[in-house]
Structure formats: C-alpha cells, structure tokens
Design a protein around this ligand. Structure first.
Ligand code: MAN
Length: 348
C-alpha cells in the first residue's frame, strides 16, 4: 500500500550545494534505523541551471573542485538521447552529479532533510558523482556502500559509520563494472554474502551474482544467481534492490527489473536461509509497477527503484525512487509477500 503522503521528498525541498547548481532529483534512499529515528541516505542529483541551446554537467577536477562541462546541443559530436546520460566525442557523461544526503524521521513519513551532504564525491573514482547507497548494519557498525561513477567506470565503494555524524571511507568494494550491491546482515556458515551485478558484456544477459567474504574485505567464490528473462517484466535490466531480510521461509530480497521499454518495476527473490546462492522463488509478475503520476512522469519516467526498506511488527516500510525524481514509500506485510511466493511458481 503506497503512502497517501507520496511523494515524501521532492527536489524543490532540497538545498543545492553551491550557487549555479539546482537540485533536479532526490531519489533512491538507503534506509536504516538509528536510535529512535529512521535514517535515509538519499541520492541528491544536481545540475547546472539549464541554458537554452546547451547541455552542461558538473564533474570533479583533479583537486576535487566542481567544474562545469558545457556542450552545444547542435555540436555533431554530441549524442543526447537519454535524460540520464549523454555522449560527447565517444565519452559518456552523466547529466547530473549526485551526492549522498541524510534525512531523518520519527514516523517514517515526515522527513527532515540535512542542509549539507553527508558524503560528497571526492577522488578519481567519483569524478561524475556517487549514487544509490545501501546500508547493512552489523553489530554497532553501519556499513554503507555506494555506486561511484567516473571515466574509469562504475564501481562500488565501502564506507562505515557508527553515529551518522562522521564516517570513514574504505576502499573500492567491487571494481568496475559492478553496482547494485547488497550485503546480507549476518554471517552464514562463516561468510558474509553480497549480491552483486557485474557487467556481463556481450556474451550473457544482464545478471545478478553472489559473492562471499570472511571479513567484508576479501570477496570471492563468485557465483551467478539470476539473469534477465525474455518476455518478462525483467527482460532488459536487473539488479539487487533492498538488503535481504531474514524470514521464516528464506532471505527475502526485493529487486528491480526493467522491461524492453525501460520500465523499472519491483519483484521478489527468496534465497535459501543457509545457502543464499540457491534461489527458491522468483516473481514471474512484478509486485509493484509504475502507475501513479509521480512514478510515470519525472526525470526518467516509468521508474520504481528501491535500495532501502525497514520493518516494524512484520510490516515492511519500503522506500523507493519514483521516476528518478522523488522519494516515495509503501507499507506491506511480510506475510503478504511470502504468500505471493507460494502462489506463483519459480521463474526461469
Ligand atoms: C539505473 C540507475 C538507478 C536509476 C535507474 C532508473 O539502474 O542509474 O539509479 O534509478 O537506472 O533510471
């Protein structure tokens, strides 16, 4: 059930980080609980004020200063078909630069957004911005990891915090091209597990994999988990969404899939409780598709994308980016999702 208050957060409510930039989107929050609050680690996407006849985007220079790259729309070297990315002279750029910002809430519906970023891009791996964090709490430590974009590719970077006031940045967790990482919140038979999404290039369909680590640093024993399916709601793209939650029937994962028209919807995976590399259920039909105006019409329309949820009394509070522009939420009982797993067969 979607919250009637949706969208919960809109770009107009967010302060830009500097003069000359505007916040175009607030989306894809990682979610956790800290003390008596729900914390969002949101992606805030900024771009230069739009100027007729030009396309421009912020990037970091070698000293980590934001500089603007600007190109004429009629320049023959420009390829500009997707609102999220463009190409100039064979090199791909994002149209916005994202950073991670915190919002806090006591009720899960009304959020107060920080005025400043929690993590702002820095260093060569983050030249074009940082996106789509996920949070796994283990003991007192919150591990958060996010997608870093640069001309070296798209990688996933690890950081930790204990108090959501300061953080420590660690190394690249999975090198380019790898994104949509979700680390399970406990060790299983001595190992941590991470869902990953390496780039499969030309030979395979886009796929989710799973990796193991004894210490959160060294990852290996990679195994293929699932791939896109022709003719299904997840035919074109696929990737982990939320950090899996432990249930009586297995690890419950809500993942995203895009169809041939690049419509992003959500479905579920159920992974074996003792061996998460075994898929015991996969949605044949999505559990949530873009249908409300704020989901069908935005920065990149027809998108529901999740990378965060929390739960209270067997009720999931699922948060998601809508049309890559807003943050929205929905509430669903865990049993309801598990019942769906019995109604439908295991997908291909
Ligand atoms: C990719 C990522 C996400 C984004 C979706 C939909 O998977 O860039 O951040 O929400 O596409 O555009």
């Amino acid at each position: 059930m979607r919250f009637v208050e949706n969208p919960l957060i809109r770009p107009e409510e967010i302060k830009a980080t500097q003069n000359g930039l505007e916040v175009a989107c607030v989306l894809n929050p990682a979610v956790t609980k800290y003390e008596d609050e729900i914390i969002f680690l949101m992606r805030v996407a900024e771009r230069p004020m739009q100027e007729q006849g030009y396309i421009s985007t912020p990037v970091l220079d070698q000293d980590d200063q934001v500089v603007i790259k600007k190109f004429r729309i009629d320049d023959p070297l420009l390829e500009n078909e997707d609102p999220r990315v463009f190409k100039y002279d064979g090199r791909t750029y994002l149209t916005t630069m994202s950073h991670l910002r915190i919002a806090r809430s006591k009720d899960g519906i009304n959020f107060t957004v920080d005025d400043k970023p929690f993590v702002f891009p820095s260093g060569k791996d983050e030249e074009y911005g940082i996106e789509d964090a996920r949070i796994t709490k283990i003991g007192e430590i919150y591990y958060f990891y996010y997608v870093a974009v640069s001309h070296y590719g798209v990688s996933t970077i690890l950081a930790t915090t204990k108090d959501w006031k300061t953080y420590e940045k660690h190394d690249v967790l999975f090198p380019a091209l790898n994104k949509d990482v979700a680390i399970l919140p406990e060790k299983i038979n001595g190992d941590y597990y991470a869902l990953t999404r390496p780039d499969t290039a030309d030979f395979a369909n886009p796929s989710m994999w799973i990796a193991k680590s004894p210490d959160m640093i060294h990852w290996g024993k990679h195994q293929h988990l699932i791939s896109t399916r022709k003719g299904f709601w997840d035919s074109k793209r696929i990737g982990a969404g939320t950090v899996p939650v432990k249930t009586s029937k297995g690890w419950l994962e809500i993942y995203h899939g895009a169809d041939d028209h690049s419509r992003y919807s959500l479905g579920i995976l159920l992974l074996d409780i003792d061996d998460p590399s075994k898929v015991i259920f996969r949605s044949e039909k999505p559990i949530m598709v873009p249908e409300n105006d704020y989901e069908t019409n935005g920065f990149f329309s027809e998108v529901i994308f999740t990378n965060g949820m929390t739960y209270k009394n067997n009720q999931l509070y699922l948060y998601y980016g809508a049309a890559d522009k807003y943050i929205c939420g929905a509430k669903i009982r865990i049993e309801e999702l598990l019942n769906l797993c019995e109604l439908e067969p295991l997908g291909v």
